[in-house]
Ligand binder design. Sequence first.
Ligand code: PLP
Length: 463
Amino acid sequence: MKYYDKLIFELGRKGRSGYSLPKSFASAPAVPENLARKTPLELPEVSEPDVVRHYTNLSQMNFGVDTGFYPLGSCTMKYNPKINEEVANHPLFTGLHPLQPRETVKGAIEMIEGLDKTLAEITGLKHFTFLPCAGAHGELAGLMLMREYHLARNDFARTKVIVPDSAHGTNPASAAVCGLEIVEVKSRADGLVDVEDLKPLLGAEIAGIMMTNPNTLGLFEREIGEIAKLVHDSGGLLYYDGANMNPLLGKVRPGDMGFDILHLNLHKTFSTPHGGGGPGSGPVGVAESVLPYLHIPVVSGFHGNYSVMMKAYAYILMLGRENIKMAGPLATLNANYIKESLKDCYKLPIPSICKHEFVFDGLINDGAHDDVPGATTLDIAKRLLDYGFHAPTIYFPLLFSQALMIEPTETESKETLDEFIAVMRKIAEEAAEDPNILRSAPHNTPVSRPDETTAARNPIVKA
Ligand SMILES: *Cc1c(COP(=O)(O)O)cnc(C)c1O
């Protein structure tokens, strides 16, 4: 029996306690009769070891980048250096009040200005706003800036935005929330945006295009210069989804490619922890042309997700101008190493050299025979959990039916990658022998296969 099999209330025994407080000499404040409770409050009466074990066990039901390899494509689960936490948790920062007078928080403001300057240098854009608290939030803010830019020029016809078919789902979603109509541009067989398909889409109704480069297949859009010229010549702007800017850091700048607006996910690219719904920071940067419409002030009511910003800044300064250039090549090397080591077992629809991530399209031999259905990408993902690895991103991008999107990041050692490769090969063998081993996985986790739709739509987060 594990501690988490029981509710904390069930662990309690009358009269047991896990604390001792000094006797209080203050008299209890009088509670008005109508507000006072009539029956005693029933709290769990538990010892300190019970509490510690209960919550420690609960915490271990989860998987994090601190517990194991987490190759979640398009999410950059890189290791988060602990120095970030130390810096962000310094009492001189955590003790600040968000409404303190400006002259008493000069250091905190210097941090924001320093981060603005560094990100401007990394991206080739002019300035950033730190209002948005997530990538999708940044996309919406960025698209609103795009709309503002056109409206300020009395150009009211630009109500559509072009989004490639390989785009991250938040791109079309943010465009729709912004009231823009989405026009899809197709990818070619090599995974890059089809410039010939793009040309006829451009015109007086197009506010701009949303892209990311490398794109979500981990491929560098080599024709980005031509695309930028075409879009600008037709009066539109270029929006860059910089959630995963890892492969470009210190090497190539979206501003130099011709992008006008961009958001970054500090919580992916810049090693601040994320997942489980937060916390994030999705600052939006703009080129000179869009600068007049940037939000003032540049931080939200309570200065954005300040501690996330601190962690990202600590990470950037710790790496420095020279070392930050190594993140991209190492992430790229790691991704290509896994890709090449597994392509004889897993279908590789786009075989070219990738950047920081790549996509498999399920198993070459999924084990299907007679009446037994083969193992799917979901089954592979579930089986990986049994071997102590987090699953890659699955069923995204939508271009392939069995997508497995793998992004190892630069912070993993060759030994870890080799273990992952060995496990992926073992899973491929298992599938070929008996796909039911995969179809019934995971076998070793506290929860096996929840109904994912119900779990997402109707989460029961407390029993
Ligand atoms: C994660 C991600 C987003 C969305 O970021 P959130 O912080 O989850 O809102 C947008 N685009 C891409 C490419 C991403 O990987």
